[in-house]
Design a protein around this ligand. Sequence first.
Ligand SMILES: *Cc1c(COP(=O)(O)O)cnc(C)c1O
Length: 398
Amino acid sequence: MGAPPIYLDYLATTPVDPRVLEAMLPFFTRHFGNPSSATHAYGWAAKEAVEGARAQVAGLIGAVPHEIVFTSGATEANNLALKGAAEFHRSRASHLLTCVTEHKAVLDACRRLEGQGFRVVYLPVDRRGQVDLGQLEAAITGETILLSLMAANNEIGTLHPLERIGALARGRGVLWHCDAAQAAGKVPLDVEKLGVDLLAISGHKLYGPKGVGALYVRRRPRARLLPLLDGGGQERGLRAGTLNVPGIVGLGMACELARRELEEEARRLKHLRQHLWQRLSVRLEGVEVNGHPEERLPGNLHLSFAGVDGAELLLALPELALSSSSACTSGSAEPSHVLKAIGQSLPASLRFGLGRFNTEIEIDTAADLVAAAVGRLRARAGEHPGFHRRPGLAGSDN
Ligand SMILES: *Cc1c(COP(=O)(O)O)cnc(C)c1O
């Protein structure tokens, strides 16, 4: 067997940080108690660990611990925010606002609500993937319950203008739910500065375990929700079910580490990303950077290539673990709703998701492999079509 591929798909999932795993292990065996067991030390120890983790998660986003509700991940947190708020306010209003580039967990929850009689408006984005604030404001009506707008896009990495969105939503008396599965732990997020009411986090996107996440639910002024699940009344009635104690402990430690290391790691990843782009762009023409040149996740580089087929490109790169997306249905891959929304029509795209354990040597290797593969495929296809250069990343020299 050859060496394992270089992992460049940290936006799909991350490995559990060894420090996170170490924190979790005792809670599978020695401290296996149910945090709802109030009558003995096993339950007390589990409860104490869960409350410690709640404080760690809150600490990452500037919340207070009792505003954190543990869930099975960001998908559940998004569903709880959208359906919970819509249900709670059903008798008062029936309108929701979101954006075409949201994650499926938000878009599909919105579709479900449309089936139940709610009206949903899907805002467009510009070529860099940002919403227009004027359009957003114009779409708010007296009937609008909630705006669901993500912090960072999971494909192209674009960050929306978050503080201005929060001010706008607050000014118009609309709840703002933010899917921060990609942004949490990667860029600074403070719920008070943002003025956000609900915010979703996922464990496995920030070096915690899979199957655990959290929803921040603002206390003042209170964001009101109905629960999705009925049962034992855990999480102050908002999320019934015995708590996933090891997972929650892992999520807490992951948030703690992210908070401590965020600034330095963001700087390191930005540098690696620039390095990757530079090394690629000196070797290749006909490459476009998707997303915003500055307002983007530090570890995300999303590129579209002229003159190659998307599926063939991925096949030509077995040494790299990467994600691809296409804007059209030419290949077998499903077209990307995000690339369509930004008007990207080139046939092949690669999403580089750089993360905590990537090294500069890996990035050098990846750049060389991609440049060689694209060159090979273009040579094989003969003349590649003419292409126009679009601006690259800010801070690079082309
Ligand atoms: C990964 C992701 C989700 C889903 O999170 P899970 O914890 O896997 O359910 C939701 N939104 C975004 C933006 C994501 O990147």
